[in-house]
Design a protein around this ligand. Structure first.
Ligand SMILES: [Zn+2]
Length: 340
């Protein structure tokens, strides 16, 4: 049975940009089947009855496609709807059509989008040249995979709410697709925190898996070693036994600094695994629970020294991750000029 053949229109056989030919197979989508629609999109085994006008308004690719001359059919041919087979998954098409209908500006004000939504908006937005949708989606990712150290360090989550850290793998792939290199250093940093998932990847809702390209996987392995060295350098710098300028309890403070360093070197149970970007302050508070450190030294250990180490690594992230990012660290450079 072919429902679309009963519609009063001429049949047009199109191909999408990847050269897929039209098809009449598939089942109706339960959400996007509008009886007054005028274009059938076929994605895998699912058909969508939608509107050419909405697609053409947002997408120059669809606009050009619909402007192709229609083949003239003999009067004896039964009337039918135009149909286009596209190579995207049905789930991705559903996310794409939904945002075209609802308005893609709205997602930034309501709930956080899922990874599969963002992925569909960027992939189909890129393919069909819906530039504003791609931009909104990349702006959302930038909040969590930021090139601004103030914003990135202020985030307590490694990924947007409801996402898994392993979705950073997909963010790397979306950055590669769109050329958004400024997402790569922090997205690859999150990939470096993963266990076996960094190789296995993360499941997509269409049943496939999002995995890193071999070159990016190699970057993660190399970067893990560099970041481990940065962890060590941070400990040595933060807990070295030089007291703060202004300290009036030099012997007592030096003794505490040595105790802190000793705990780390001995692998004291209170020394929990701390990534280079994580704070040592809870550890300091636990070991120096009677607050023997003076105010100057406490501020030096819990703020000044840690900030300096973290910002130094952040500035070097593109180099550590083996990627080039134009203008990386410009916020910190501007801060240092302003503060000079
Ligand atoms: Zn002191």
């Amino acid at each position: 049975m072919n429902d679309c053949l009963s519609k009063p229109s001429q049949q047009m056989l199109y191909t999408d940009r990847e050269g897929l030919t039209s098809s009449t197979n598939g089942t109706r989508d339960s959400e996007f089947w509008f009886d007054d629609g005028n274009i059938v999109l076929i994605a895998g085994d699912v058909r969508f009855l939608f509107y050419q006008g909405i697609l053409a308004k947002h997408s120059p690719v669809f606009k050009a496609l619909f402007s192709l001359p229609q083949p003239s059919l003999p009067a004896s041919e039964p009337p039918s709807l135009p149909q286009v087979a596209i190579s995207d998954s049905a789930n991705a098409v559903r996310h794409f059509l939904r945002v075209l209908v609802v308005g893609h500006q709205s997602f930034s004000h309501g709930r956080n989008p899922t990874f599969d939504e963002i992925s569909a908006w960027i992939r189909l937005g890129h393919k069909y040249e819906v530039e504003s949708l791609v931009k909104c989606s990349l702006d959302f990712l930038r909040r969590y995979f930021s090139d601004d150290p103030h914003q990135w360090f202020a985030q307590t989550l490694l990924a947007p709410p409801g996402w898994q850290p392993a979705h950073a793998i997909g963010v790397v792939n979306l950055a590669r697709l769109t050329g958004a290199a400024w997402l790569l250093p922090t997205a690859l940093t999150v990939c470096c925190t993963l266990g076996p998932e960094v190789v296995d990847g993360v499941a997509r809702e269409d049943g496939g898996r999002e995995t890193l390209a071999p070159a990016d996987l190699g970057r993660c392995f190399a970067a893990k070693a560099a970041l481990a060295r940065a962890d060590g350098a941070k400990v040595l710098a933060v807990f070295r036994d030089e007291v703060a300028p202004g300290c009036r309890a030099r012997w007592a403070c030096r003794r505490v600094l040595r105790r802190l360093m000793g705990c780390v070197l001995r692998g004291d149970p209170r020394t929990k695994r701390v990534e280079w970007y994580e704070s040592w302050t809870p550890f300091v508070d636990e070991v120096d629970d009677r607050r023997e450190l003076c105010g100057w030294c406490y501020k030096m250990v819990t703020e000044t020294r840690q900030d300096a180490q973290e910002k130094d690594v952040f500035m070097r992230l593109p180099e550590i991750m083996g990627v080039k990012v134009e203008g990386w660290g410009k916020v910190l450079k501007r801060d240092s000029v302003d503060g000079a």
